[in-house]
Design a protein around this ligand. Structure first.
Ligand code: TRP
Length: 443
C-alpha cells in the first residue's frame, strides 16, 4: 500500500467544504450556545472572537502548513519536519481522535434520535425524559448507527467519500441554519433572546473561567490541536493559498456559531423558557429546545426536524474528520487499506463510546479532558513546533499565497503569544480537570 499514490481533493472548493465541514459541528450549535449561556452571553462571545483571531487562526495556518508541506498524515508529518523526537506528539493526536469521537458520536446519536422524534412522535414530554434518552442502551444504539454512517463515508475515500459528502451537506447546512434564524426572528418575544445574547455584563470577561472556556471552545470549534486540519491539508496540492483558506474556514466557523446563537436564544426566550438556560449543562440544548418545539405544536415538529437535521449534518462532517485522523495514520503508518482502517478504527471508537453512552457524567469528563488537556496541550506543542522547530515555516506557508506581509507576525504569534496564552489556560484548566476525573472514580 505504501506506494499507492496519495489521495487528493479534486478541487480547492472540495477541500474548503471538507474543512468547513470539520469545523462546523456540534461545537458551533450545542457547545457554543451552552457555554455562552453559562458565561454571561455577549462577554463570552467577544472573548471567543478575540481568541479565535489571535490564537485560533495562527494555529490553523500552522496545521495547514505542516499538512500540505509534508503531504503526510500527522505522525509522519511531524517526524518529517521534526525528527523522531516528535513522533509521540503525532501519536497523542491519534489518541485524541479516539477519545473525542467516542463521546462526540454519543451526542451525535442524541441528535439523530431527536431528528427522528420530530418525524415520528413529536416533542411532547421529550424534555422530561432526557436523562433516559441520553444514557443507556438506546443512547448506545444511536451512537452505533451514527458511527456506521461515519465509517461508511470515510471508507469511501477522500474524494468519493469525504469531499462529496461535505460538498452536498455544507451548503444544505447553511441554508437550514439561515432559515431557522429567520424563523426565530419572527417569533413574538424574540427580542429578549437577542438582548440576552448580544448585550450583557462585560465584567464577566474578567472572571478567569471565561478565558479558559473561550480558548477551549475556539480550539474545539476550529478542530484544532489534534491534527485534523493537518490531515485534510495533506490532501491538498502544494500550490493552494493557505492563508486565504484559513480565513475562509475560520469565517465560516464563527459565522455558523454566531447564527446558531441567533436561532437558539430567540427561540428559548420567545417561549418563556429562559429560566432553564441559566443552570445549563451539556443537556441544555437537548432539554430546553425540545420543550420549545413541543409548545409550538405542528410547526414545532417541522422546525425541530430542521434544527436537529442541521445538527446531525454538522456532527457527521465533523466526525468524519475525527475518524480520518486515525484512518490516515493507520494507512500511512501500518500500511493498512482504507476500508480496513475505517472499519477497525470506527469499531474500536464505537466501543470506547460505551461508557459515555451509559453515563452523562463520564461523557462530561471525557469532553473536559479532550479539550483542556488534549486540544489545548496539542495546540501548545504544535505552536512551539512550527514556531521554533520547523526550519522555515514562512516559506512553506507562503507557497501559493499572494501577500507575504503578515507572515512574520504569524510566526511571532506562534512563538510567543500563542504558547503564553495556552500555558496560562492549561495551568488554569488542568487542576479542575483532574478533580473532575477524581470525582468520577470516587463516586
Ligand atoms: N469542530 C467540530 C465541532 O465544532 C468538532 C471536531 C471535528 C473537532 N474535528 C475535530 C474538534 C478535531 C477537535 C479536533 O463540532
Amino acid at each position: 500500500m505504501a506506494d499507492a499514490p496519495r489521495e487528493q481533493w479534486s478541487s480547492r472548493a472540495g477541500f474548503v467544504f471538507a474543512a468547513v465541514g470539520s469545523a462546523v459541528g456540534l461545537g458551533n450549535m450545542w457547545r457554543f450556545s451552552y457555554l455562552t449561556a453559562e458565561h454571561g452571553g455577549a462577554a463570552f462571545v467577544v472573548l471567543y472572537l478575540c481568541i479565535t483571531l489571535l490564537i485560533g487562526l495562527p494555529v490553523l495556518l500552522a496545521e495547514l502548513t505542516v499538512g500540505r508541506g509534508s503531504q503526510r498524515s500527522p505522525v509522519a508529518a511531524l517526524r518529517h519536519y521534526g525528527g523522531r523526537a516528535w513522533t509521540p506528539l503525532g501519536v497523542v493526536f491519534v489518541a485524541a481522535g479516539f477519545l473525542i469521537l467516542a463521546y462526540y458520536g454519543v451526542i451525535a446519536g442524541w441528535t439523530l434520535r431527536y431528528g427522528l422524534t420530530a418525524i415520528f412522535g413529536g416533542f411532547v414530554g421529550v424534555a422530561d425524559s432526557f436523562d433516559e434518552i441520553a444514557q443507556g442502551a438506546d443512547a448506545f444504539a444511536f451512537h452505533l448507527a451514527f458511527m456506521v454512517i461515519t465509517v461508511g463515508v470515510v471508507a469511501g475515500g477522500v474524494k468519493a467519500g469525504i469531499e462529496r459528502t461535505a460538498s452536498v451537506l455544507m451548503p444544505l447546512l447553511f441554508l437550514m441554519v439561515i432559515g431557522l434564524a429567520i424563523h426565530a426572528a419572527m417569533l413574538p418575544g424574540a427580542e429578549a433572546g437577542y438582548a440576552y445574547y448580544l448585550d450583557t455584563d462585560f465584567s464577566e470577561i474578567f472572571s478567569h473561567d471565561v478565558l479558559t472556556n473561550a480558548a477551549g471552545q475556539a480550539f474545539f470549534s476550529l478542530s484544532l490541536g489534534m491534527g485534523a486540519m493537518m490531515t485534510y491539508a495533506s490532501y491538498l496540492r502544494r500550490d493552494e493559498n493557505l492563508p486565504q483558506g484559513s480565513l475562509l474556514i475560520g469565517g465560516a466557523d464563527v459565522g455558523i456559531a454566531f447564527l446558531a446563537g441567533l436561532v437558539v436564544f430567540p427561540m428559548i426566550f420567545a417561549l418563556g423558557l429562559s429560566e432553564k438556560v441559566g443552570g445549563s449543562t451539556v443537556g441544555a440544548l437537548f432539554i430546553t429546545l425540545p420543550e420549545a418545539f413541543a409548545v409550538m405544536g405542528g410547526v414545532g415538529r417541522v422546525v425541530g426536524f430542521v434544527f436537529f437535521a442541521a445538527l446531525v449534518v454538522g456532527a457527521l462532517t465533523s466526525a468524519i474528520s475525527l475518524l480520518e485522523v486515525v484512518v490516515s495514520a493507520a494507512i500511512d503508518g501500518l500500511g493498512w487499506g482504507r476500508r480496513r482502517a475505517a472499519l477497525l478504527a470506527g469499531g474500536a471508537i464505537t466501543l470506547l463510546g460505551v461508557p459515555a453512552a451509559w453515563s452523562l457524567s463520564v461523557l462530561e469528563v471525557m469532553d473536559q479532558v479532550a479539550n483542556n488537556v488534549f486540544l489545548l496541550g496539542g495546540g501548545l506543542a504544535l505552536s512551539l513546533f512550527v514556531g521554533w522547530r520547523m526550519r522555515d515555516p514562512i516559506s512553506e506557508a507562503g507557497v501559493g499565497a499572494e501577500n507575504m506581509r503578515w507572515f512574520p507576525l504569524w510566526r511571532m504569534l506562534l512563538r510567543f503569544v500563542v504558547p503564553a496564552v495556552l500555558l496560562y489556560v492549561l495551568a488554569d484548566a488542568i487542576p479542575g480537570t483532574l478533580r473532575a476525573i477524581g470525582a468520577l472514580f470516587s463516586a
